[in-house]
Design a protein around this ligand. Structure first.
Ligand SMILES: Nc1nc2c(ncn2[C@@H]2O[C@H](COP(=O)(O)OP(=O)(O)OP(=O)(O)O)[C@@H](O)[C@H]2O)c(=O)[nH]1
Ligand SMILES: [Mg+2]
Length: 189
């Protein structure tokens, strides 16, 4: 994978907890010479404090968003900070898991903002597994529809489909690595 192929700096953004974990895995595979910028976005101050990559806390609470409405509100609240982070960017790749509140709610607002700034946006999202329950599924479907409605490139990997290709002994960490690999291959193409 070479995110610099387009000959221009790329920003890769991880939104929410899963997005941040995918970002960290992706950043760890990058060569030192790369000009790619990595930025984690979350509402959750406690988990953000554990992130060594550049990051931006959005919203006013410092707490997990839990539902999409809170995630969306946090992105709107921090729109000026997000615009500042995105300044000068020509190509943006956004990674998120859509079952939670930040990924499903903040990601569409961040993408909308980036598109308004004429940034070429590709989004790579993980859809929750069946075992996560209907609430997370509905939240993820709503978030996905919002993203698709914006007209950006959206690449989707579903937990159930990816895990069916992996051995039953696959751990969540291993799954996360496979998901990240699959989304980066799709979004950086
Ligand atoms: N790849 C990967 N996916 C994960 C991981 N943890 C959770 N997910 C998936 O990502 C979805 C969203 O979870 P989070 O990213 O933790 O949620 P969030 O966007 O931070 O939102 P809230 O915590 O609800 O405020 C979940 O429904 C899972 O499907 C992880 O460690 N790696
Ligand atoms: Mg979270």
């Amino acid at each position: 994978m070479n995110l610099d192929d387009a000959n221009e700096p790329v920003v890769v953004m991880g939104v929410g907890g899963a997005g941040t974990r995918m970002l960290e895995l992706a950043a760890a595979t990058q060569s030192a010479a790369s000009s790619t910028r990595w930025i984690a976005i979350n509402t959750d101050l406690a988990s953000m404090n554990l992130v060594s990559l550049p990051h931006l806390l959005i919203g006013a609470t410092g707490l997990p968003a839990v539902c999409s409405a809170n995630g969306r509100e946090a992105a709107l609240y921090s729109a000026l900070d997000l615009a500042e982070v995105l300044g000068g960017t020509r190509r943006l790749i956004v990674l998120a898991g859509l079952g939670g509140g930040v990924g499903s709610g903040a990601t569409p607002e961040i993408v909308r903002l980036a598109m308004e700034m004429d940034i070429d946006v590709t989004v790579g999202v993980g859809m929750p597994g069946k075992w996560e329950g209907s609430q997370r599924h509905e939240q993820a479907s709503t978030g996905l529809s919002a993203l698709q409605g914006l007209g950006c490139k959206v690449e989707v990997v579903c937990f159930d489909e990816l895990s069916a290709e992996l051995p039953p002994s696959t751990t969540l960490d291993e799954y996360s690595a496979e998901l990240t690999k699959a989304l980066l291959e799709k979004t950086a193409a």
